[in-house]
Design a protein around this ligand. Structure first.
Ligand SMILES: NC(=O)c1ccc[n+]([C@@H]2O[C@H](COP(=O)([O-])OP(=O)(O)OC[C@H]3O[C@@H](n4cnc5c(N)ncnc54)[C@H](OP(=O)(O)O)[C@@H]3O)[C@@H](O)[C@H]2O)c1
Length: 334
């Protein structure tokens, strides 16, 4: 069973041949057809993620088949034999819809993940692969789709005819946020560091795009569209001030990341006077995952796949993420 293994941070993944996995009680073994990268995998390889435990097989996203009776452990509920599946990578979320429990963790460190020919996972995290998606598209969906769904629909409460700003549209989660907000009937405006990515976003339904490297881009947005109802952001950093300025009275700024660090300054006068909600969000509950899949099926949303690499070339896929040239999800074909 071929697996990409991280032995030490800041070193390339090593392709190892490991013994086939055996399911524990309640578990299934999924034969992976495709996996996808998330920024999390990159942070782990770089040693920039909390609680790193090595060695590990990275990878939170996968799509595959529960292939053969030997793949189904004792006491597995449901008929999963030979099913085509994707997996919710958010393990032990807990019982609250409001936030995750202290036991919450993400598939792909410390639990071995999907950059392998097989992954072991409790059957409770299995879902049927959406029928309208290819293996590559299905693998691209779970982590980023879940994060975007909770950010846009649950925490952002995006509704029809609202104006929504999604920053850094080249990102995997941002792409889904654009698609979900659009499907919910919102007008979506995006930002990017790349003119080409702004143009791609327009083909996915973005009404307009602005280059966040221009210091006053938000003034052009305000002039053209007025203030926005909801911002979906994962950059924070020095650009956060522009998001506060772009938000409407009563608006919401939802953050699922802080790629460029904490905001350099926070204009508290605007925050309280405009009655803004600054809302954090992380992945999503099992209920959010099920609701995301239903939404994707109803709107026949197709994840944007940037590039597909063979499993053996996982380090090249990581390099593509490091360079930041991608638009959408980077996928591994297994
Ligand atoms: N909380 C959670 O559950 C959760 C889940 C997933 C991801 N995250 C976090 O969210 C962030 C994005 O993750 P991802 O997997 O979507 O990453 P990704 O696919 O690698 O995308 C990163 C994108 O960030 C954008 N960006 C970089 N600097 C920016 C800036 N100054 N202003 C606006 N956008 C900027 C870039 O957009 P352009 O290329 O368009 O310039 C880039 O493509 C990461 O920090 C990740 O750790 C958190």
């Amino acid at each position: 069973m071929k697996s990409q293994v991280l032995l030490e941070t800041k070193t390339p993944l090593e392709l190892q041949d490991r013994a086939p996995l055996q399911p524990a009680n309640g578990e299934v073994i999924v034969s992976i057809r495709a996996a996808a990268l998330n920024r999390r995998d990159y942070w782990i390889v770089q040693g920039m993620y909390p609680g790193i435990k090595l060695p590990c097989v990275p990878g939170s996203d996968g799509a595959g088949v529960v292939s053969g009776a030997e793949s189904v452990g004792e006491a597995v509920e449901g008929d999963w034999l030979d099913a085509e599946v994707i997996m919710n990578p958010g393990l032990d979320w807990g019982v609250s819809q409001r936030s995750q429990s202290g036991d919450f963790r993400i598939l792909g460190m410390p639990d071995d993940g999907t950059f392998a020919e097989q992954v072991a996972i409790p059957a409770a995290y299995l879902h049927r692969k959406p029928a309208h998606l290819s293996w590559h598209q299905a693998a691209a969906l779970p982590l980023a789709g879940l994060t975007a769904y909770r950010a846009v629909m649950v925490q952002g409460q995006v509704a029809k005819d609202q104006v929504v700003l999604v920053t850094g549209i080249g990102g995997g989660v941002a792409g889904f946020a654009l698609q979900f907000a659009k499907a919910a009937g919102a007008k979506v405006i995006v930002t990017s560091s790349s003119e080409q990515k702004l143009e791609r976003a327009k083909t996915l339904g973005a009404a307009a795009g602005f280059d966040y490297r221009q210091p006053d881009w938000h003034k052009s947005l305000l002039k053209e569209f007025g203030p926005v109802d909801v911002v979906i952001d994962s950059a924070a950093g020095s650009g956060y001030a522009n998001l506060v300025a772009a938000a409407k009275f009563g608006g919401r700024i939802v953050n699922y990341g802080a790629t460029t660090g904490p905001p350099e300054k926070l204009d508290m006068f605007s925050v309280f006077w405009k009655q803004l909600t600054l809302q954090g969000t992380t992945m999503g509950s099992p209920g959010d995952f099920a609701a995301m899949l239903k939404f994707v099926d109803e709107h026949k949303i197709v994840p944007v796949v940037d590039e597909v690499f063979p499993l053996a070339d996982a380090n090249a896929a990581m390099q593509r993420m490091a360079e930041g040239e991608q638009f959408g999800k980077i996928v591994l074909s297994v």
